[in-house]
Design a protein around this ligand. Structure first.
Ligand code: PLP
Ligand code: COI
Length: 353
């Protein structure tokens, strides 16, 4: 794939690395590529960051034909830049595309685009502890007609944002509320796909939780409203006795790459992991009888985030005394040391730019 590069004549000043927040600052360039059914993907380019001009009838505005990915580029101690399991993200992008009938991109080509783009924006990868360059590839349908039909035209774009912690709490425990009214996804729906619509449908519950002082909601399955699924931007894990229990991938849960990596790391630590259905009743019994020791969420943006308080109905439960449990801390340390290149990568998960 040939990628045209048009560099900006007016690079921006880089933000202060100690107050980046999440997704507030954007780099100087973006990657853009177009799709037409009769041409395939074409016109791959890296151009100055700026607005996209779209026809008001574009499919994305009316029928939500949009999918995205979230991944990070990390600054290693030796100054080099690396990605973490990028091919997993590009494979998931294709799985999401397949679900929404959007055109897929051969993984070699999306990886090539990603690496070429990060190479251009290398100076934007921050080095302060806990910071990284968040990469947001997204793909949407832009047929210029109001008919509901197969997508013939699409765009694939990658933008990047230097980021710090996703939650204002940083590695401090977050408060999560179990959602009992809205559902995020049902089996057979789009839960396993990373599509914008899943997030749009989750905003109302998120707003209600925020109004009561909670960072995010914990979703239950959409049919029986009984089994724990995931949190708004992360998968969840619970240490019950000495076993880590995480909801199995039923089709309505996003197959997180951090989740998959955590399971592999826990197995190597000799910690037993069960991927299975976990009901609210079982979880609340484990809280009440003291067998729930720790709980955390895991995701690219959230990394490993301890859950310090869980709200179920009117009851509020403190977990791990509202602090960071020992296993949560160990998992955070082990995973982040690999991601930031501070520990040897024995899994071949990282890829230098
Ligand atoms: N679940 C949801 C709903 C998410 O948005 C994310 C973030 O991408 C995750 C889970 C975690 O996935 P990953 O570890 O691949 O970032
Ligand atoms: C991520 O972790 O990459 C996410 O996409 C979470 C969120 C910002 C939507």
């Amino acid at each position: 794939m040939d990628i045209k590069i048009n560099l900006t004549a007016t690079p921006k000043e880089k933000p202060d690395q100690n107050s980046l927040g999440f997704g507030k600052h954007f780099t100087d360039h973006m990657f853009v590529m177009d799709y037409a059914a009769d041409k395939g993907w074409y016109n791959a380019r890296i151009e100055p960051f700026g607005p996209l001009t779209l026809h008001p009838a574009s499919t994305v505005f009316h029928y939500g034909a949009e999918i995205f990915e979230g991944m990070k580029a990390y600054r290693r101690p030796d100054g080099e830049v690396q990605l973490f399991r990028p091919e997993e993200n590009m494979k998931r992008l294709n799985s999401s595309a397949e679900r929404l009938s959007l055109p897929q991109i051969p993984v070699e080509e999306s990886l090539q685009a990603l690496k070429a783009f990060v190479n251009v924006e290398k100076d934007w990868v921050p080095s302060a502890p806990g910071t990284s360059l968040y990469l947001r590839p997204f793909l949407f349908g832009n047929d210029e007609t109001l008919g509901v039909h197969t997508i013939h035209n699409a765009k694939f774009v990658i933008i990047a944002s230097p980021v710090g912690a996703y939650y204002k709490e940083g590695l401090n425990p977050v408060k999560i509320m179990i959602e009992t009214r809205d559902v995020r996804a049902v089996r057979g729906g789009t839960g396993y796909a990373k599509c914008g619509g899943n997030y749009a449908a989750s905003m109302r519950a998120g707003d209600r939780a925020a109004a009561e002082g909670y960072s995010q909601v914990l979703w239950l399955d959409g049919v029986e409203r009984r089994y724990i699924e995931e949190v708004g931007a992360m998968n969840v894990m619970f240490l019950i006795n000495d076993t880590v229990v995480t909801p199995q991938l039923t089709g309505s849960v996003l197959p997180g790459i951090t989740r998959k990596s955590c399971i592999e790391l826990l197995n190597e630590m000799g910690v037993k992991v069960e991927e299975r259905l976990l009901s609210v009743e079982e979880l609340s019994a484990a809280i009440k009888d003291g067998t729930l020791k720790e709980a955390w969420g895991c995701g690219t943006a959230a990394v490993v985030s301890p859950i310090g308080e869980l709200r179920m109905g009117q009851a509020r439960y403190q977990i791990a005394d509202g602090g960071i449990g020992a296993l949560t801390q160990k998992l955070y340390d082990t995973l982040t040391a690999i991601q930031w290149g501070q520990a040897e990568d024995t899994h071949n998960w990282t890829c230098k730019i």
